[in-house]
Ligand binder design. Sequence first.
Ligand SMILES: NC(=O)c1ccc[n+]([C@@H]2O[C@H](COP(=O)([O-])OP(=O)(O)OC[C@H]3O[C@@H](n4cnc5c(N)ncnc54)[C@H](OP(=O)(O)O)[C@@H]3O)[C@@H](O)[C@H]2O)c1
Length: 292
Amino acid sequence: MTVLVAGATGFVGRHLVPELVTHDEDVVALVRDASSYDPPDGVSVVEADLNDRASLRGVFDGVDAAYYLVHSMGEDGDFMEQDRTAARNFVDATRGTDVSRVVYLSGLGGERATLSDHLKSRREVEHILSNGAFDLTVLRAAIIIGDGSVSFRIVQQLAERLPLMITPRWVRTNCQPIAIDDVVAYLVGVLDTPETAGETFEIGGPDVLTYGEMVLNTGEILDKRATMIPVPVLTPKLSAYWVDLVTDVPKEVAHPLILGLKTRTVVEDDRIRSLVPVELTPFEEAVTQAVA
Ligand SMILES: NC(=O)c1ccc[n+]([C@@H]2O[C@H](COP(=O)([O-])OP(=O)(O)OC[C@H]3O[C@@H](n4cnc5c(N)ncnc54)[C@H](OP(=O)(O)O)[C@@H]3O)[C@@H](O)[C@H]2O)c1
C-alpha cells in the first residue's frame, strides 16, 4: 500500500515514517522544504504546501492512504484560519484519487463549548476532513511524551528550570499523557484495522496525572525537586506569559497550548483498546526515554 504522511517533518511524523517503512508500506513524505528533510531509506518525498492549492496538484496520484499530522500554530497569521485552509485543500486534492483511508491525530478534550482556540481548531479540522471522499479515522491524544514534542518540552523545561513555582489553578487539571511509541503503534494499528474506518477514538497512556504532578514527577526523574505554591488568581493567560520567561518554546506555539490547560484531557471512551491492543508505556518510563 502507498501511504502519504502530511507532517512528515514534525515530531510525530518523524517517528511514524520509519515505523511505516518497517511495516513494508511504500511511504511518501509530504514536506514543504525537501532540501531540509533527510528521508529514511526507501521513502519518497513530495514537496507541497497545504496552504497552496496549486502545489498539491498530482501529489495524491497513486496514494492509497494518508496520515494528517499537521497544525499551523507558530505560523505567521491566524493559525485557526490556516488550519481550516490546509484541511480544505487536503480534502479537495484527494478528490478523484485512490485515497480511501485517512488517519488524523487530533487533540483530547471532548466537545466542550469552553475548548481553547487550539482545541477548537483541532475539532474544526476533524469536521473538514470528515467531508472527504475517504474513510477518516480520528485519534485524539493529550500531551505526547517524547523527544521533540513541543508540549512535553514545556513540561520538561519548567521542571528543569524552576525550583519554586507559583502555580495557577490549571496545575490541578487532569491529563492523560501518552508515550510517542504508543501513539505510533495506534497510528499504524488503525490503518491495519478496517473496523476503525469512519470512527473517532481517544488514546491515552496508563496514568492519569494533574499537570502539576506531570511537572513534579518529570523533575524527580531529572533529579530536580521543585516546590509548588498554588494561587487562585493566576489565569492561564498570565501563566502563558510566565512560561515565555522560563522556556524557549516560541510564544506563538506556547500560548495556544497553555490556554488549553484548563481543559481536562482524559480518555472517556476507550473502545480503541479492544480494536488495536497496545501495551501502554507508564508515564515515568516514557519520560525517562524522552529525556535520555
Ligand atoms: N505533540 C503533541 O503533544 C500532540 C498532542 C496531541 C495531538 N497532537 C497532534 O499531532 C499532530 C502532529 O503534531 P506534532 O507535534 O508532530 O507537530 P509539529 O512537530 O509541530 O509538526 C507539524 C507538522 O506540520 C507541518 N505543516 C504545518 N503547516 C503545513 C503546511 N501548510 N503544509 C504542509 N505541512 C505543514 C510541519 O511542516 P514544516 O516542517 O514544514 O513546518 C510539520 O511537519 C497535530 O495534528 C497535533 O495537533 C500533537
